[in-house]
Ligand binder design. Sequence first.
Ligand code: FEO
Length: 517
Amino acid sequence: MEVGRRDFLKGLAAGTATLAATTMLGSSILAEEAVTEGIEAAENPFAGKKKFAGVGSVREVTEDIVYVGASDKRIELFENVYPIPRGVSYNSYVILDEKIALMDTVDRSVAGQFFENLTAVLAGRDLDYMIVDHMEPDHSSAISEVLVRYPNAKVVCTAPAAVILNNFFDCDISDRLVTVKEGDTLELGKHTLTFVEAPMVHWPEVMMTFDLTSGVLFSADAFGTFGALNGNLFADEVNFETEWLSDARRYLTNIVGKYGPQVQDVLAKAGTIDIKIVCPLHGPVWRDNLGWFIGKYDKWSRYEPEDNAVMIVYGSVYGSTESAANALAGKLSKDGVANVAVYDVSKTHVSELLAEAFRCSHIVLASITYNMGIFTPMRDFLLDLEDHNLSNRAYSFIENGSWSPASGDQMKAITDRMSGSRYIGDKVTFMSSPNGNTYADLCTLAEAIEADLAETSGEAEAVTEAATEAAAAAGTGNTVWRCTVCGFIYDEADELPADYKCPICGVGPDKFEEVNE
Ligand code: FEO
C-alpha cells in the first residue's frame, strides 16, 4: 500500500503521521481496500475520498483493538493551568468485534483528526457502543458529534456520568443510555468487557473498563502522562524513564495527587485482575514493565517519597536568600549528598515544584520575609502542597528579613497542617545577607539533614509499611461511613455532623452510607 504525498503532508500537519506510524499501514485491519470499500458502502460524508490521514495516524494495540486518539502540540496550558511544552495526547480506542465499541473520545482541539481516525478504522461499519469512562471534556468533547454521526450507538457509562453528560450536552439520550456499575459485563462477541468503578480518579463518575478477553485495561486518567505521542504508541518504544517519567509524575501529582486513597483503592482492584496491557487516556500504552510504573503510582498515592533526596526551594528578591540556599546545597554536595535539587520558587512553575516535592524525602524552604509574611510565590507553593495532601516529608527552614525576619515560623505553620511532617535541624535566620555565622548555621543544618538522610536511606519502605499497618490496625471503634460519591471513609464519630461536608468531593451526610463490616 502506498501513502500518497497529500496524505502524508496531511498527517504531518496533524503532528501525528510519523515513520513509526506509517510502518503499520499494511495491516489487515487498515488495508486501503477495506477502508475505501467500507466508506463508500456506507455513503458517509467522506465517501469518494480515496484515502484519509486517519489511516496513517492510528495504531493497533492488539489485533482488534485500535488506537484512534490524537495529540495536541500547540496547547500551552493543560486545564488552562499546567504548562505542557511537550504537548499532550488524548487517547481513544476502538474494539472491533461483532459489536464495535469506542472507548472515550478526545478534546475538541483534536476532534478533526480523531474523526478521520475513527472513520478509517470503522471502514464503513456502524458503531454499536460509545463507552464513557470519564466525562471531563478533554475526553468527552466529541461525544455529542459521535452520537450525531452514529445514531445507533448506545452510550455506556456510570449513573453519575450520565448526569454529568446531560449537564454538559443538555440532550435526552435516555433511549440510548446503558448505565453500568462495578462488575457489570458487556458482550461484544469475542470480547467481554467488565466495568471497574474508580471514583475521584479523577472525577466522581470515573470507571475503568477491563476486557476480560484480551486483558486490556482501559484505565481512564490513571497511568496517564503529559506529552504528545510521536508515532510511538507503547511505553517500551520510548525512553520512558529518562524522557517521560518527570511528566508522568507531574501529571499524576498535580491532577490526582489530592486523591491518593482513591488511587490506592484502584491499585488494590487492579491487583485482583490479570492485566496484560494498560490503555490510559493520556500518553503511551503499557504492555511491558507495567509493575515498575504501578510501583511509582503506589508511592505517589501513598505520599511516600520516591527518592531519599534533598530539594531546596528558595524565594529571593535580591539574591541573598538564593546565596544561602546555594551555600547549603554546596555543603551537602561536598559532604557526599548526590542529586541535590535547587529551585527558584519564582522561576519554576508550581506544578514542577509540587511534583518534585512528591519525589523528594527532604524539603528545605528558604524565604525572604515579605509584607511581614512569606514571599508570595513561596506561600502559593506551600498552599499547593497542602491542597494536594502532601504528607510524610522532612522539612527545614531558612528565613531572611532585613529588619524583622518572620517567614520561617509562618512556613512551618503551613507544614504543621500537613500530615506526617517532620523537622530537621534548627531554623537558620539571617538579616539582609548571609555572613560567616550564617554559613556556620547552614553547615550545622546540612549535617543534621545528612544524618537524617543516612537514617532514612533504605528504611523508607519499611517505615511506611509499618505506619500503614499500624494505622489499619488501630481503627477508632466508631461506626464507619462511606461517601457514595467518592469513597471517602468517615469514622471520627458514630454519626456524621449535620453540616458535614466530604473533604474530598464536598457532598453532605445524605450521600454517606454505613459500612457493615
Ligand atoms: Fe484527562 Fe480528568 O481528564
